[in-house]
Design a protein around this ligand. Sequence first.
Ligand SMILES: [Cu+2]
Length: 377
Amino acid sequence: MRKLLFPLLAVILVIGAGLFMSKSKQAATPADKNIKNSEMLSGEGSYAVVTSDVNYFEQAKGFLARPEKAGEYPGIVMIHENRGLNDNIRNMAKQLAREGYMVLAVDLLGKSVETQEEARALTANFSQEVGTKNMKAAVKYLKDQGVTKIASIGWCFGGGQSLLLALSGEKMDATIIYYGRLATTTEKLKAIKWPVLGIFGDKDTSISMESVNQFDAALDKLGTPNEIHIYPGVGHAFANPSGMNYAADETKDAWKKTVDFLNKNLKGDSQTSKKNSPNESVKEFTMTAYYDPTLKKPAFSLPEMVVKKGDRVRIKITNTLGIHDFLINEFRVTEELPLNQEVIVEFTADKTGDFVYYCSKPGHKINGQWGTLKVTE
Ligand SMILES: [Cu+2]
C-alpha cells in the first residue's frame, strides 16, 4: 500500500535547506557524516551493545552487533550497499542492535571501497549464486544463535539483495528494502509470505517509480502485507550520510518507520502470543546428573525428552554426584549444576529437530553424559 508523504510544505523547506547547506555538506568527510548519522539516530534504542567480527560463511567475515544483556532477540541480516561492508553499515548495525535485535551485517563483496568507480568494478565480479548462499549462511548463523524471528534489511545493492533473499526460498519473518532493484511480477513475488517494508525516493534515477508502483500493486494483489513509502524530492541512496543525496530528515523518518515495522512484526507477535496463551503447554521433566562409580561414567538419568514445537519445556535437574553442567546449544541453555540443588531450566521449544543436551565438563560428553531433546511438529 502506497503512502505518499506530506506535508509538501515541510518537504519544500527541507529541499530549500538542503540546497542552502549543500556546500558545507560536501565539505564534510565521510567519517564526519557517519558520526552525524549515528548521532542523529541515537537515543532511540536503549540496549547496551557488544560487537564482534564473525566468520559465518566461507571466507566472509560479518559484523555482529547484539545487545550485551543475554536474552532472546529477533535476528536481522543486514546487507550493505555496493561500497561493501563499511563503517556506515557497521554504525547502522549497532544502531539496530540498540533497539533489541541481534544484527549480522554480512559481507558479500569481500572488501569496502570509497568511489563509485571502484564499486562498479567490485560488483562486476559479484556472483549472485554465491551471494545468495552467503545471505542464507547468515540466516543460519543467526538461527544457530537462537534468534526468535528473522528479517533482512539492505540499502541500494543491499536492498535488491534483501529482496533476493526473500525470493530465494528462505523463510523470513519480514523484509526491508531501501531503494533496491525490484522484482515486479506476482509470479516472482508470490514466494513472499511475510510483511514487506519498502523505502524509496521519487527522484531516484536508478530505481524507477514505475517499478516501485508495480511492486506495490503486485504485493497488494497477492495479499502480502506491505508498507511502501515514497519520499518526495529525494533521490537514490538518500539515507546514506556519506553520499551526495543524503537527506537527514527523510532518513530519520525512514529509520523510525523501519524500527516500528520491525517491532511490530518481529517482537509484537511473540509478545502477544506469550501473553495470550495461558494454556501454552508446559512439558516438565525431572532428572539427575550423576557419576556412576560402577560404570565409571558420568550420566543424565533421562537419555531422551520429547516435546512438541511451541511447548514450554521445564527441566528440573539435580546433580547427585560429581561436577556437571547442562547445555543445549540451540536454545542457548547453559546452567551449572551445584551438588544436591535442584536447578530449573526453562525455555520455549520454538523449532523442530533433535537437539543434544550435554555436560561440557572435560570428557563428560565423550563418555556418555548427553541426551536428545526431540521437538516434533
Ligand atoms: Cu558432567
